[in-house]
Write a protein that binds this ligand. Sequence first.
Ligand code: HSE
Length: 310
Amino acid sequence: MKQVKVSAPCSSANMGSGFDVFGLALEAFHDTLSAELTDEGVTVEVTGLGADKIPTTLEKNTAGLVAKMMLANRKIGVKIRLEKGIPLKMGLGSSGASAAACAVALNSLLGLGFSSNDLVRIAAMGEVAAAGASHADNVAASVLGGFTIVQTSEGSVTAVRIDPPPNLEVALALPNVETPDNKTASARAVLPRSVGFREAVANAGNAALLVAGFHLGDVKLIGRGMTDLIVEPARKRLIPGYDLVKESALKAGAAGVGISGAGPAVIAVVDKNVVSTCDVAEAMKEAFLDAGVPCEACCTKPSFKGTVEV
Ligand code: HSE
């Protein structure tokens, strides 16, 4: 086999209480990546959404960095063609999806036989190119699909996947907020250096509730479990109108609301049997507009599939 083409879903990291731990793969947007064997070297070509803003230098491109690591010490080369379909710098795991796509494509192309934990670990290292730090929450969701939990210790990653309940849908607000080039690194720089005991205990309880909600298929519990006393208070000031948007989503019937990844997108989880997801998305958009922030909204659902060959 000389060429492999894959599609990777976008994702929403953190889900409120699970900073750097939780991820939810979403159907809204996908990246497509093809990898073709060559005699030597790694090259990356990027087309599609925001392609002109994505560096193709291997060390600065999440897919390029993954390819460089996976091909180290091998006497072959690979040509990567990445077609971006996931908006950049929005908090929808765009860089993570490209890294995940590359790890899965090269695993198949080169017949490497890596486990899914290995693929998540390798793709997470690719995130260094975009975020300046390796975090595995987005890549786990993009590799495995569904709702994912990652636990990282001493260089190894354990990723667990749970099928989201079929009645869980997602409303996204995508505000047009000016963000720096190193958006994720900047959003990580505002995080507290230490955490109060009360907040740590509350977040542990909320995270446990959220996992129980996914396990039991209870959207209400998932929504309550998104409550976050640590990261949201620090980051919400980067998103003008955030409190108003959250309040509007809850008033419109969302089960829970949070910042999607490092933002500025806002995610609301919705029980589609209770309320229309698109109505919640529209309420969030209106609230951003009321706050003077241009905004797009979309209603979507979890992607049960992770990165797959197409
Ligand atoms: N967990 C990461 C963060 C996700 O919130 O910084 C970034 O995409």
